[in-house]
Design a binder for this molecule. Sequence first.
Ligand code: ADP
Ligand code: MG
Length: 262
Amino acid sequence: MVQSSLQQISELAPNLAKLDDRVRQLEATRDQPGSVDRTGFDVIELRDVGYSYDDRTPAISAIDLTIRRGEVLGIIGPSGSGKSTLLQVLLRLRLPTTGEVLLDGLDYTEISAAAWTRLVAVVPQEPQLIEASIADNIAFLRPDVSRVDAERAAEAAHIAGEIRELDDGFDTALGPRGSGLSGGQKQRVAFARALAGNPQLLILDEPTSALDAESERRVRETIAELKGRVTLVIVAHRSSTLEVCDRVVSMAAGRVQIPDGA
Ligand code: ADP
Ligand code: MG
């Protein structure tokens, strides 16, 4: 046994060295946010923003876009046109490889990580629920989100009633990846999670594309109720979801097409 373990270790050693290199590479490019505290904004400006994964053709390029406080901006475009990449850059999950993102004139990387995570929230395309109670899924490791906040967020996301009908209500334990809830319910729990921190900027990546009609209607109601209070950027396909937007821009091949007259 010792002999064969030694054999395995010597076979794996080169991979460990590679892994070590990769970790060092990634750490070198890690977002190193600044220390400025910001609790709100009037305008977010993207100036000539581009992002490339590796050294290939940029996934997005030359994006100039201004988003004003309280606006609901819709983004449409075919699959692969760069919508999710743009959202990830907006969220600061990926930093632009060209250009800059300014928050009231301040480069967004200057803002501290703590302030940034209070400012922005996302409802991802696939709700990322964990094996924990529904209340914990909504609070999601944020000690400042109380039980009352979690329930209020669930009300706002039009999921509270369905949660209370479960035997253990908000204490109901979900299985891996949130099993125990329907797809539409998971999406609304993810929405509640995003709302629980009272974000100023809420980003939604195709929040209704995979939903049944009833869940879609409820998500749409939530969006309509947030309008004017929270700045929303929504990637959407359904025309019913797009109707709530103040402005819709379309993307093609990594660029934003500005409509005539805008
Ligand atoms: P959309 O959301 O509009 O479908 P994406 O932003 O997901 O578009 O993708 C834009 C381009 O970037 C596509 O060519 C896609 O293959 C590429 N891409 C997306 N994510 C990654 C990734 N993690 N690594 C490498 N390439 C990616
Ligand atoms: Mg996408």
